[in-house]
Design a protein around this ligand. Structure first.
Ligand code: TYM
Length: 373
């Protein structure tokens, strides 16, 4: 049915109506007022804010109030390591890096290898833990500060996390977990407990430093169930601040509609893809183009539904003027999809090569970032 869509931590489908999510999830839109406040601390706004790729938040004003009053916040985000990182995952992480730089914030980065072990019918513990380390290379490659960044695997850091997770779990009934996550009777009991583990890092630095520290979580909006339904509800019961959030939209996959998702590898570009393979994927991508060049010249194409356009918007063209030109030339029938794809490829391949170089460099630094107990 048109207008039907689903956004959960494990499934995003249909055409997402982001305004409706703001209403349904009870968040606040990123508006000019909050952007103006942001600008006071960061100078020029990050392109993901200017373009409303980060479009929604909870308590961001409060985080800035605390910051203005001299109380630093920490950042918390993560990854479910079920395979290699794709470009979509980099969106919240690049923005998190910007926040770390501008606010001098510590980052706690959770690798939920336990979640992916529970969730995936075939992945072994050894495999998901292995992907925690592989995905950590992508995080490190983005240039996070080793002195301020703590990456941990749930499997390896469980002694510390468990003490917090059981405090959380005690306040969450099975009926709440079912209502928040839509669990049915076929779910394994690991998944039922798991939300307590994803909530736990919202309070981790407060526990480690024995004082209440504000938390800001940058992530795409698919992770919101954890904060809306669990972490924010339990926080005051445990004497902690409620974690604040800033939510991004989804970078689309290469097919018609839908987010970039590791579960559809043929329509995702992985950071580990050989640049030639990535080029082939782009060449085969769906676009917002017309059936024939003549029609496209006459009627123009539709950038709004085109993954190629959105890859510029989300990542590969940070100059607003150039982005606007691409948009208008596409709509006006002056830009043909073949040329547009070649131009994107000419930006994507160097990006991938450079990321892969930094990713290899990161192998030498990984011990500086990973925390264990
Ligand atoms: P995961 O591995 O599904 O996703 C990692 C991060 O990437 C975001 N994301 C996307 N962002 C933009 N476009 C896309 N196409 C796209 N696909 C995924 C997700 O929102 C997420 O921010 N359980 C979590 C791991 C986790 C976590 C966290 C995430 C643990 N603690 C705290 C965010 C914040 C997971 O499986 O994420």
């Amino acid at each position: 049915m048109p207008g039907d869509f689903k956004v959960t931590p494990w499934e995003v489908s249909g055409e997402v109506d982001y305004d409706r999510l703001v209403r349904d999830f009870g968040t606040s839109p990123i508006d000019d007022e909050i952007l103006e406040r942001f600008r006071q601390y960061t100078g020029d706004l990050h392109f993901m804010l200017r373009r409303k790729i980060f479009f929604s938040h909870r308590d961001l004003g409060w985080i800035l109030d605390r910051y203005a009053a001299g109380e630093n916040f920490f950042l918390y985000t993560g990854r479910g390591p079920s395979g290699h990182t794709h470009l979509g995952h980099l969106i919240p992480w690049m923005f998190t890096k910007h926040l770390q730089e501008k606010f001098g914030a510590d980052l706690y980065f959770q690798m939920t290898d336990d979640e992916k072990f529970f969730h995936d019918p075939v992945l072994s513990q050894v495999e998901t833990l292995g992907f925690s380390y592989e995905n950590a290379l992508d995080v490190i490659a983005l240039g996070f500060d080793p002195a301020k960044t703590f990456i941990f695997s749930d499997i390896e850091y469980i002694k510390t996390l468990y003490k917090i997770a059981i405090e959380v779990a005690k306040h969450v009934t099975y009926s709440t977990a079912k209502a928040v996550f839509g669990f049915d009777n076929s779910i394994n009991i690991g998944m039922i407990f798991f939300p307590a583990l994803q909530a736990a890092p919202s309070f981790l630095p407060s526990v480690l430093k024995k004082k209440n520290i504000p938390c800001l979580i940058p992530a795409a909006i698919d992770q919101d169930n954890y904060w809306r339904g669990i972490a924010r509800d339990v926080a005051p019961k445990l004497g902690f601040y409620k974690p604040a959030q800033i939510h991004s939209k989804f970078m689309p996959g290469l097919g018609k509609g839908g987010k970039m998702s590791a579960s559809q590898p043929e329509t995702a570009i992985f950071t580990t893809d050989d640049p030639e393979v990535a080029e082939k994927k782009i060449r085969n991508s769906f676009t917002g183009g017309r059936d024939t060049i003549a029609e496209q010249k006459k009627f123009g194409a539709n950038p709004d539904i085109c993954p190629i356009y959105h890859y510029y918007e989300f990542m590969l063209e940070q100059d607003d003027k150039k982005l606007k030109t691409i948009y208008e030339d596409c709509k006006g029938g002056r830009l043909m999809c073949g040329d547009d794809k070649m131009h994107l490829i000419s930006k994507l391949k160097p990006f991938l090569k450079e990321h892969q170089r930094k990713r290899e460099e990161a192998r030498k630094m990984i011990d500086k970032f990973m925390v264990k107990d």
